[in-house]
Design a protein around this ligand. Structure first.
Ligand code: DAT
Ligand code: MG
Length: 155
């Protein structure tokens, strides 16, 4: 099966706890994701605003932007078949209380603090995955990686 790439973030609340970060890494590996790139970074407020521009004006936007620039986070390019939907399935629903009722073993159900501080991010479409990979890893060329490396990982 062909691999698909997605952009995943472990958000600041989860990076701040080493055991939670380790549990999330275990989830990544247990679920047969390949870590293609990984970097730690801290966003300036403007980067946070730009990444979440689609939510500008929503009641949680200021809170979200402030939180996402409040400390170190870890960003990953992950690969597997159906990576985008499989990663979002592991994350669980956006809202933590809903996650706890409907997907109690999801990452947000287990580790989420609030609807904003909800542990992880995952791209929601092929287009957003490409846009978000470019945002975090500007030197990474998706098309070139697919041509050169993807065949070697194919299962
Ligand atoms: P997701 O992260 O599941 O793709 P989204 O794209 O709708 O969700 O929203 C982006 C982030 O904004 C989300 O991870 C946390 C925050 N957010 C979304 N809806 C919220 C709400 N109702 N209350 C508080 N924060 C919210
Ligand atoms: Mg989203």
């Amino acid at each position: 099966k062909a691999l698909q790439l997605t952009l995943a973030i472990v958000k600041p609340d989860a990076v701040a706890h080493p055991l939670i970060l380790e549990a999330l890494h275990q989830k990544i590996l247990e679920n047969n994701f390949i870590v293609i790139r990984s970097r730690e970074l801290v966003w300036k407020r403007q980067e946070s605003e730009r990444f979440y521009a689609e939510h500008a004006g929503r009641f949680f936007y200021q809170r979200l932007v402030e939180y996402m620039s409040s400390g170190p986070m870890q960003a990953y390019i992950l690969a597997r078949d159906d990576a985008i939907s499989r990663w979002r399935e592991l994350m669980g629903p956006t809202k933590v209380f809903r996650a706890r009722y409907t997907s109690p073993s999801s990452m947000r159900a287990l580790y989420g603090l609030t609807d904003t501080r909800n542990t992880t991010h995952g791209s929601d479409s092929v287009e957003s995955a490409h846009r978000e990979i470019a945002f975090f890893f500007p030197e990474f060329n998706v098309r070139e990686w697919m041509e050169r490396s993807e065949p070697f990982f194919r299962t």
